[in-house]
Design a protein around this ligand. Structure first.
Ligand SMILES: [Zn+2]
Length: 84
C-alpha cells in the first residue's frame, strides 16, 4: 500500500467531514450559517476553529448586526474564497 495515497485519502475524508460538521457560536451557542463561519475567519483569523454568530461578532467588534451582514454581502460580491 502506498503511504502517500493513504494520507491523501484520509485528508480528503477529513475535509468532507469538516465541511458537513455543524458549528455553533462559541459565545451564545447558536447554530451557525456557513456565512457566519466565513465572517469569523475573515474578522479574526483564517485558521480559527472558534466561531461566532453575527450577533456576537457585532458585539465583539462594537458594530451593528446589519454591518456584519453588509460585510458578508460585500465579501461575497468581491468573490472572497471564504464565502462560497
Ligand atoms: Zn452568538
Amino acid at each position: 500500500m502506498c503511504p502517500d495515497t493513504t494520507a491523501g485519502y484520509i485528508n480528503a475524508g477529513w475535509c468532507i467531514v469538516n465541511d458537513l460538521r455543524k458549528e455553533y457560536c462559541r459565545k451564545c451557542g447558536a447554530l451557525l450559517r456557513p456565512d457566519e463561519i466565513a465572517m469569523t475567519k475573515k474578522l479574526i483569523n483564517r485558521g480559527t476553529t472558534i466561531y461566532y454568530c453575527t450577533d456576537c461578532l457585532a458585539e465583539a467588534f462594537d458594530v451593528k448586526c446589519e454591518d456584519i451582514e453588509e460585510k458578508i454581502i460585500y465579501y461575497k460580491r468581491m468573490g472572497c474564497t471564504l464565502f462560497q
